[in-house]
Design a protein around this ligand. Sequence first.
Ligand code: SF4
Ligand code: SF4
Length: 360
Amino acid sequence: MVDVYFIEAAASDEAGSLSHKVEALYDILAIEAQIKQDSFVALKVHFGEKGNTGYIRPEWLSGLAARLTQKTRRAFITDTNTLYVGSRSNASEHLKLAWEHGYSQEALGIPVWIADGMIGRDDDEIKVDLPRIRSAKIASTFLSTDVLLCFSHFTGHVLSGVGAALKNLGMGCASRAGKLEQHSDVHPWVKSKKCTLCSTCFEYCPTGAIVEQDSAAFIQDETCIGCGECLVVCPTGAIGLSWDDDKGRVQEKIAEYAYSVHNLFEGRAGYFNFLVRMTRDCDCMSKDAPSFMEDIGILASRDPVALDKASVDLVNTRAGKDIMQELQPIDWTIQLRHAQEIGLGSMEYGLKDLSPDGRH
Ligand code: SF4
Ligand code: SF4
């Protein structure tokens, strides 16, 4: 039975109160003993897409960030670039958006860093030999990181039904090539009518897989390694991606990527889910969406599977039904069951309520 800790909280609470609660959860996970003066400590977050307002506020992490600066000179806040083209698909624009959303060294006392480089190319391949993937392409920063603290905003998700720790870990710590592998089983392709033959993708493609054919760029499947770089460098949006419509398979790949990242840390990772401002879709949506239920609080555990299961259980219990399945008609249990099967964690947990009146 794995311990999952809970504290009641709401986004409308004073920021200092939320920050103290995060620190209390961090303390109970007892990870600080693993941090040395020169340890690289990553606070993995999602800065929120432009126009999104549901993302975890930097003020809620400020107390912990200050604590970490006393312990190590190498703590940092980080996320990876997106697969899709947008304001988080390269480090330059991504850092600007993070700053606009309040994430900065000035605000938190620790640097903000994009974990997979300027265009999502910086990764390392880890051999795992799991049912869906032979190896995982993880943002290289995480392979140089000693301690991982992963902060996830609990939401619904169009592919996985639920977006929480497993999603943040599996998809959120993968490089662009890793994200592409999770999202699609086929290589990108060129929409010839939109191609102006500007040749940008020819220059970026690391394998020379793109050639000219019938007055447009053409991707040769046999040489394409699925890195996804052409997707983000094309100025006309001419490169298409076939999203995998087998959502069970996508969830299983997410779980296997999450396993690959979690195993890098062996007792040096802690996970925190924020059940506040919960929306039907994730923070990649560039809109201000309404919450589907009242705020519940923050949960934390060293086991991301137990944490996500406890989070869904709290939400569904509060709703009196499987509201996650209702919001996104997807079997969200697939990611959890698969994660448990491959040994990432346990769906059996004991909830320890640290709230003053301890109702759960
Ligand atoms: S996905 Fe990568 S390897 Fe494939 S065509 Fe695009 S840039 Fe080249
Ligand atoms: S970058 Fe886009 S527009 Fe330019 S050649 Fe490649 S597919 Fe065509």
